[in-house]
Design a protein around this ligand. Sequence first.
Ligand SMILES: [Zn+2]
Length: 75
Amino acid sequence: MSDTADFVQECPTCGRRLHIRVEYLGRVVCCNHCKGKLLASDQPQEAMPSDSGIGLIMRAEELLELAEQRKARPR
Ligand SMILES: [Zn+2]
């Protein structure tokens, strides 16, 4: 028995299956095929951790705020 293992994840850029070692879980890795970057995760994309969802919402709110500021900007 080996104490290293890998899991298969599809590259979001080229769609190929990548074998990623478990030690890279949660890290950004490069695809061997297209050199695209992806976050190594053994969770399906639909089941992203909730904190990354919050990050996206905060980002959206930031952008909305910027748009509001631009609209309300006095001349
Ligand atoms: Zn790729």
